[in-house]
Design a protein around this ligand. Structure first.
Ligand code: FES
Length: 371
């Protein structure tokens, strides 16, 4: 053994001795001349890899590790080069970081798997177990006890009890089938009233045929546009007449924000606002938390659940976080008495994006039914 080699103690005589360090010229990967002899012998329970195949595998593993090295460098470079600040830049940065990290981890994982499977020796291990069957005496005792219990319960003798028990148990088998029905998209909010997820009560009218007023959540107070006149102000708003209808509120709750005219950007639909007052759905488009934290100076609406951030001055576009689309804007105006009312329903479905998908599927089903 050379100075830079260290022999590892092996607990089992069957296992060939291995060496850590650079083997001296003329020795195999198993290290010493003695070990080389052992490698050439048949060791019970151990199958050594074919050396030719192992060398080929070694090159593939080295290639995988090189790919990991390059991808890791690419990750670090991407982090420095791709700065975030806009949705597009954030997307590019995420793509570069995620892609390079995936390649790095994949290269490492594939390399290790090939190393273990095609280079390291294989072991056949046998674990001895005691017989699984119980002793004959024990089995007889169990059988006797079972028969005795069955006789004492009267399950065979008392037909009425037996039959009513079987009858009672039968519907239990159907319980999982009933629960599976809940996986149907049509069971999501809205389907109960034979609506799709696209519609909210903002598209409805009062008994008198007038559009629904916006009222303050909690107090039910209608909002006169002239009274909501402080720029930067925000209100949580619901449809009049539906303050206690949880199914309606699940889709129709709004936030109302007052802007100075010069603050409003092109993302806001100008004919859907009144005197700088803009209404957005309060239901986060990620997975539906109430997005109601508002930062007055930056006009950012923040969802507290996963930090999705929307630019209220620019059509509630997503500027950060996992939400995939803006908070839908509701078209509003004022009625004859100066109270804020809805012009109609949302143009796109409010709520999480999977509601939107559910809506598309429901629409396809409706279309299929009509055809
Ligand atoms: S629910 Fe709003 S960010 Fe996830």
């Amino acid at each position: 053994m050379t100075d830079n080699e260290h022999e590892i103690e092996q607990p089992d005589e069957r296992v060939p001795k291995r060496v850590i360090g650079t083997p001296a010229p003329g020795t195999s990967m198993l290290g010493t001349a003695e070990a080389t002899d052992t490698a050439d012998q048949d060791v019970p329970g151990v199958t050594l890899q074919d050396e030719k195949k192992a060398r080929k595998a070694e090159k593939i593993v080295a290639l995988c590790f090189m790919i990991t090295f390059l991808a890791s460098i690419a990750f670090i470079v991407s982090y420095v080069v791709f700065q975030v600040g806009s949705p597009e830049a954030t997307g590019t940065s995420n793509l570069a970081l995620g892609g390079s990290l995936t390649v790095a981890i994949l290269g490492l994982a594939i390399g290790i798997v090939i190393w273990v499977r095609q280079i390291m020796p294989k072991y056949s291990l046998i674990q001895e177990r005691h017989p699984m069957a119980s002793a004959e005496d024990d089995r007889e005792v169990v059988a006797d006890t079972f028969v005795q219990g069955a006789n004492e319960s009267g399950f065979v003798k008392r037909k009425l009890l037996r039959r009513t028990l079987l009858l009672a148990a039968a519907p239990l088998g159907l319980v999982p089938v009933v629960l599976l029905r809940d996986l149907d998209n049509s069971k999501m909010p809205g389907a109960k009233f034979n609506q799709t997820l696209r519609h909210t009560v903002w598209g409805e009218k009062t008994k008198e045929g007038k559009p629904l007023r916006l009222v303050v959540e909690g107090t039910g107070q209608p909002i006169r546009a002239a009274d909501f006149n402080s720029p930067g102000g925000i209100l949580s708003v619901v449809p009049e007449g539906y303050q206690h209808d949880l199914n309606a509120l699940a889709k129709a709750t709004l936030i109302l924000i007052k802007f100075r005219p010069e603050e409003i950007k092109s993302g806001v639909r100008q004919n859907w606002i009144h005197d700088g007052i803009v209404a957005y759905s309060k239901i986060c488009t990620h997975v539906g938390c109430p997005a109601a934290l508002y930062e007055q100076n930056t006009h950012h609406i923040l969802c507290p659940c996963h930090q999705s951030t929307f630019d209220a001055a620019d059509g509630a576009k997503v500027i950060f976080g996992p939400a995939a689309r803006p908070l839908p804007q509701l078209p509003i105006t004022v009625d004859g008495e100066g109270y804020l009312v809805a012009q109609g329903d949302f143009e796109v479905p409010p709520g999480p994006s999977y509601w939107e998908r559910g809506d598309a599927e429901a629409a396809a089903r409706e279309k299929g039914g009509q055809a």
